[in-house]
Design a protein around this ligand. Structure first.
Ligand code: MG
Ligand code: ZN
Length: 391
């Protein structure tokens, strides 16, 4: 009798545990986003990766630096693209790998303005601030220092060129939203080339002034399309292809690899060397949208631009290429993939940025210095050291 009631008790307990377990699962399912086909994406834009040889002598003088920033690019964004591209990327030929921590002056979770300032100027600042410290004191960017050392300089971005990441290298404003103020900083002798969108910030302004004549006064030839740019082979040049942002991939075509190539063609004519920053701006937007497809397409496009930079550096031998990110977006993970089909299943944990460390990949002379775990500001310090510039 006692045994039977004990057994009954045990069985009812087990049933209770099962019910609460099931309820808990239902609760979790309800909390998590419904699985949709958005989590699974198959690309048709795979590319063949041509092997890149290591530079013959890693100890030669660094004449040129190409800094490539995948906005919002974390490990999962890289791995999603690698899986979608038959398990290979150009990125894997940048074999000196580290991680940088991205926290800003006033937030564990940075934005692109503070992170861009840290990479460009080597100082932590408050979220939203561009090229200034937390007291609005202007900071000097690696681009300006490179220019002062007679190097040619350039910026390429798949967005408004006045947007936070490229702007961090030339502008000094309290807030990243001051687009028209930011545009005025592009009228400078420190910059030799820029390509992106954002024409409206230069010529459809609240003050009714056009900055195009001012750009021309400091020597820029201003061009308005990628086709027009094909005819430019030398000199100071500004490419402003759209009023607002550049389209996403594939609508924008091969804008990023082509503009990277064009920048290298022009900047490499300076015998003193150059500094070029190339931004894949919209990996971040794919992360904010929690769209595996948007992330994968932007990452693959970025990798093709990385391929162009690495091919240049392989041939040149005096070029350091650094590929990194400003922060991770989406708290992304990768779950399944079909390497042959280019199919990837990914998930996101936030529609915002996360606080994760982000990867740094380096290639060429000086690349070894980028191994390790360090703050984002040290990317600036390491670039200065690679160029052997005085502080
Ligand atoms: Mg950006
Ligand atoms: Zn973002």
């Amino acid at each position: 009798m006692i045994n039977i009631s004990r057994q009954l008790l045990l069985i009812s307990l087990l049933i209770l545990v099962n019910i609460s377990w099931a309820q808990k699962k239902t609760y979790l399912d309800g909390k998590y986003k419904k699985e949709t086909s958005e989590n699974v994406y198959t690309t048709t834009n795979q590319h063949i990766v041509v092997p890149i040889a290591a530079v013959a002598d890693p100890n030669v003088e660094v004449k040129n630096i190409i800094l490539m920033i995948g906005d919002g690019m974390g490990i999962s964004h890289v791995f999603a693209a690698m899986s979608a591209n038959k398990d290979q990327l150009y990125l894997q030929y940048a074999k000196y790998i580290g991680f940088q921590k991205t926290k800003s002056k006033n937030s564990y979770k940075t934005d692109s303005a503070a992170a861009g300032t840290a990479l460009a100027c080597g100082k932590k600042t408050n979220n939203g601030a561009l090229g200034v410290d937390e007291n609005d004191k202007p900071l000097t960017s690696i681009l300006t220092i490179a220019s002062e050392n007679n190097k040619a300089t350039g910026l390429v971005g798949a967005c408004k060129i006045t947007h936070a990441t490229p702007a961090a290298f030339v502008a000094h404003v309290h807030s990243r939203g001051q687009y028209e103020d930011i545009a005025e900083f592009f009228i400078t002798n420190s910059l030799d080339l820029f390509i992106g969108g954002g024409l409206d910030d230069f010529n459809k302004r609240e003050d009714n002034q056009s900055l195009i004549p001012d750009l021309e006064d400091v020597g820029f030839k201003v061009v308005y399309s990628i086709e027009e740019m094909d005819n430019i082979h030398t000199g100071k040049v500004a490419g402003l292809y759209t009023g607002g942002h550049i389209d996403k991939y594939p609508e924008r075509g091969e804008f990023l690899p082509r503009s990277t190539n064009k920048a290298l063609e022009i900047l490499s004519q300076d015998t003193d060397g150059f500094f070029l920053m190339v931004e894949a701006s919209q990996i971040d937007w794919g992360g904010h949208d929690n769209s595996v497809g948007y992330v994968v397409e932007e990452m693959l496009d970025f990798d093709r631009a990385i391929g162009e930079a690495l091919k240049f550096a392989e041939k040149d031998g005096h070029t350091l290429v650094i590929i990194t990110s400003d922060h991770e977006t989406g708290g992304m993970s990768v779950h399944e993939a079909n390497l042959e089909k280019g199919e990837v299943e990914g998930r996101f944990t936030t529609g915002s940025h996360s606080s994760l460390m982000v990867p740094v990949f380096a290639y060429g002379p000086g690349a070894e210095a980028f191994i390790g775990i360090y703050e984002n500001t040290e990317v600036f310090e390491k670039m200065l050291a690679a160029y052997k510039f005085e502080k």
